[in-house]
Design a protein around this ligand. Structure first.
Ligand code: TRP
Length: 336
């Protein structure tokens, strides 16, 4: 069985853009493919400590998994949820791959350049981040690695390291498919971007200070409704899906489609030509409120124990698969 693998970053403060764009997308992907693929979802906690973490990391990790479950992820025997730091082979393979990776190629990583910019000291973890990520992927022979565009460069690096290692030591690693093929397989380019409610030219972002610009997953359904009602529209006076000319209205149509699970073209068709923006807003407000209430109710039902139990099973599986691959690598380079 082939493997689909991705790291679920433990962000705090998620908004409906994350939910509709990433969480439900990943959950659907897993549900859709877990009959024919192994699906590995892991928490990259070793990656998290490249920056200062507060005392809430354990709490955040558990909540993060709950979010995916509440977003519809259905665990089964082929879905493996684990914490990176609980599978020591990741760190070990990272070291071995460090001896294949070059300073030059890591220096070219945009994320590193951006994070390091203007700082006098940068920890080695930030620099080495992509190599650990390559280890995460190669240990499980994952061919499909659904990630956002900002991770494509790291994915390319993982492919390069695998190929270089194989050329030197023999066919040890499965090389993940190209980013282009990833996109084709996953439909990643449909990766929707929910926009800022007040400034719909921009992406919805948790760091925008204006409360009404974003709907957080912790907002009450009532609060969410008010935010939709105060969303920026335009002076065109007729509903049309046109991200350039009418970004606010188009954003509302996208939110309506995603929060009700209706194809966008159906929603667009239904509302085309409507002149009362208030009617559209009322509908979207209802849909978002229902979605949030639903999500929050599901979230409440998931216990910490349930998550810990998933980790236990996932980590047992992950250690088994990862240790087998690691041994192969150790033999290839002469460490065993
Ligand atoms: N770097 C990824 C991100 O920032 C998270 C991640 C870590 C990851 N290791 C991975 C994703 C391996 C896919 C595969 O989103």
């Amino acid at each position: 069985m082939k493997t689909i693998l991705t790291g679920l970053r433990a962000n705090s403060d998620l908004h409906i853009g994350h939910y509709l764009g990433v969480l439900t997308h990943m959950a659907n992907l897993a549900n859709q493919h877990s009959k024919d693929y192994q699906v590995n979802f892991f928490i990259p906690d070793l990656h998290s400590i490249i920056s200062e973490v507060d005392g809430k990391m354990q709490e955040n990790i558990i909540r993060n998994v709950k979010y995916y479950l509440a977003a519809g992820l259905k665990p089964n025997d082929n879905v493996h949820i684990y914490r990176q730091s609980h599978v020591p082979a990741h760190s070990e393979l990272c070291w071995i791959l460090n001896c294949t990776a070059t300073m030059g190629e890591l220096n070219r990583m945009t994320q590193y350049k951006e994070k390091g910019e203007g700082r006098t000291t940068v920890n080695v973890g930030i620099f080495d981040y992509p190599v650990l990520m390559a280890a995460d992927i190669l240990l499980y022979s994952a061919e499909y690695v659904p990630v956002g565009e900002d991770q494509f460069q790291h994915l390319e690096l993982a492919r390069n390291l695998a190929q270089r290692f194989n050329n030197k030591y023999g066919e040890v690693f499965t090389v993940p498919v190209t980013t282009k093929e990833q996109v084709e397989f996953m439909g990643l380019d449909n990766g929707v971007r929910i926009r800022d409610l007040l400034n719909p030219e921009k992406k919805m972002s948790k760091s925008t200070p204006a409360e009404n610009s974003k709907i957080m997953l912790t907002d009450t359904p009532e609060r969410a409704k008010k935010k939709i009602m105060s969303a920026t529209t335009d002076s065109v006076g007729m509903v049309k899906y046109d991200m350039w000319a009418q970004p606010g209205i188009s954003n509302l149509l996208v939110i309506e489609a995603l929060s009700t699970g209706t194809p966008l073209d159906k929603v667009v068709e239904k509302w085309a030509g409507e002149t009362r923006y208030g009617e559209l807003k009322k509908q979207v407000a209802e849909s978002v409120a229902t979605m949030l209430a639903d999500f929050q109710a599901k979230l409440k039902e998931i216990s910490d124990d349930e998550v810990l139990w998933l980790f236990e099973a996932g980590e047992q599986y992950a250690n088994k698969v990862a240790n087998e691959k690691l041994l192969e690598v150790q033999k290839a380079v002469g460490l065993r």
